[in-house]
Design a protein around this ligand. Sequence first.
Ligand code: HEC
Ligand code: HEC
Ligand code: HEC
Ligand code: HEC
Length: 407
Amino acid sequence: MKRAMYIPSIVTAILFGLASALVQGQPLTNPVNEKERAVLFPSTRMINQGRDVAEAACAGCHGMDGISDHNGTPQLAGQRAVYLYRVQQAFQDGSRPDETNKHKGFINDEAVLAVSAYYASLAAVVQPETPLSAEQADELNEDPFMVIRDAMTKCVKCHGETGNADGSGMPSLSAQHPDYFVASMKGYLDGSRSHKLMKKLAGNLDEATIRDMGVFYAVQEPLRTQTQGQGDANVGQRLSQGCQSCHGVDGNANKADMPSLAGQDAKYFVKAMKQYRDGKRQHEKMFEAAEKFNEQDLLDLATYYAAQEPIKRDVRAPLKSTEWIARCARCHGIDGNSSDPRFPMLAGQDEDYLKKTLKAYSAGGRDTTTMHAMADPLSAMDIERIAAYFASQQPKAVVYIQLPCQD
Ligand code: HEC
Ligand code: HEC
Ligand code: HEC
Ligand code: HEC
C-alpha cells in the first residue's frame, strides 16, 4: 500500500469490543456501533456533505481546514472520527457544557456524522505551532520534589536524607502520614509543641512546602531506628495494649492524623511521653495515656516500639511529567496519537485548549469519570508541562482497515 509522503500515519486494524472492556459504561467510551462505523469508512458523498455543513456552520471558528488560529479553539483536522461525533452528541444532550452555544440543536444526526467524517479526513497541522524548547524538554524529566530540595537540605543533619534519623533523640519522619507531619509542624508554630529550633525552621516555610515535605518523607522507605531502648520489650508490649486503638497493633497507625510509633527512636519516644505528661506538649488524649506510667514503663514501651518494623504509609508518590505522559498513552496513543477512534488525539492540539480542558477535568467541570480520575492529581505545573508537550507533538493521521468478517 502506498502512503502519502507528507502525512505521517498510523495504520490500525479495527478490533472493537476488546479495547472497550477497559472503560465501559460511559457513553464516550462505549464500543463503536454500526452507525458510527460509517464515519470510519466514509463515502465521497458523505465527505462532501460534511464539507457543506462545515462551510455553513463551523468554518468561522474551526476553519475549512479544521485548523483554528484562535488560541483556545480546538483543532479538528485529523481528529478521531468517532470522538468528533460523540462529542457533538454530548454537546447536544448537554452532558458536555458548551460555552459557545454553537454546537447545539440546529444540525441533525446525519449532518453531525458527515461533518465528523469531513474533519477527521483532513490532514492535521504539519508543523506544530509551539515546538518544545530544550529547557521544557528537560523539565518533563524533573524530579517532582525539585522545588523543595533546597529547603530540605536543612533537615538532613538531624532527620537524615530520607527522614530516617540516626542520631539518638531525633525523631524519624519517614513512617508518618503527611497530615500528621503538617499538624506537627503547625504545633511548633502555635505553641502546642515546644522546640525553639523546630519553631524557627517551620516558621520559614510556606504551607505548600510543608505539605510537599510531608509527602516526600511519607513515600520514603522507613527504617527501624538504630537507637533501641534499654528496657524490656515484652513488658512494653503488654503496656501497649491501650495504645493499639490509635497507634495500631504493632505501632503502625492507619489513620492519617495518628503518628506511627513502630521503629521510632527510643530516646525521642520517652521524651515525647514526658512532655505530654508535664504539659509541654499539649494533647489531652496523650496526657491521659502518658499520665499513669513511671520512668521504667516508658522505657519498656519505647524499647518495644523501637524494635517494631515500620511500614510505609499508603501515599501516592508524585510523578514526573514523563511518567504521567506514559500513562496517557494507554488511551491517547504514543505521543498523543490515539489509534482508537473513540479516544481523542492530543498531538498538535491547541495548547491553551489543552490547558483549559485539563483544568476543567481537574475541577470536575467537564465531567467524565475516566478523565477526571486521570487529571485529579495533576498539579498546576503538571498541567502546564503536559499541555506544552502534547501541543508540540507531530499529529499523525490514522488509516483504518476493515478486517475480513469471521462469520
Ligand atoms: C463560535 C465559534 C464556533 C463555532 C461556530 C463552532 N465551534 Fe466547535 N468549538 C468552539 C470552541 C471555542 C470549542 C471548545 C469548547 C470547549 O472548551 O469545550 C469547540 C469545540 C468543538 C469540539 C470539541 C473538540 C474536542 O477536541 O473535544 C468539536 C468536535 C467541535 N467544536 C465541532 C464543531 C462543529 C462540527 C461545528 C459546526 C457544526 C462547530 N464546532 C462550530 C467554537 C466553535
Ligand atoms: C538541629 C536538629 C534538627 C533540625 C535541623 C531539624 N529538626 Fe525537626 N526535630 C528535631 C528534634 C530534636 C525534634 C523533636 C522535637 C520535640 O521534642 O518536639 C524534631 C521534630 C520534628 C518533627 C516532629 C516529628 C514527630 O514525630 O512529631 C517534624 C515533622 C520535623 N522535626 C521536621 C523537620 C524538618 C522538615 C526540618 C527541616 C526544615 C527539620 N525538622 C530540621 C531536630 C531537628
Ligand atoms: C485516643 C488515641 C490515642 C491513644 C489511645 C494513644 N495515643 Fe499516642 N498519640 C495520639 C495522637 C493523636 C498523637 C499526636 C499528638 C500530637 O500531635 O502531639 C499521639 C502521639 C504519640 C506520641 C508522639 C509521637 C511523635 O512522633 O511525636 C507517642 C510517643 C505516643 N503517642 C505514644 C502512645 C502510647 C505509648 C500510648 C499508649 C500508652 C498512646 N500513645 C495512646 C493518639 C493516641
Ligand atoms: C483510561 C483512558 C484514558 C486515559 C488513561 C487518559 N485519558 Fe484523556 N481522555 C479519555 C477519554 C475517553 C476522553 C474523551 C472523554 C471526554 O472528553 O469526555 C479523554 C479526553 C482527554 C482530553 C480532551 C481532549 C479534547 O480534544 O477535548 C485531554 C486534554 C486528555 N484526555 C488528556 C489526557 C492526559 C494528559 C492524560 C494522562 C495524564 C490522559 N488524558 C489519560 C481517556 C483517557
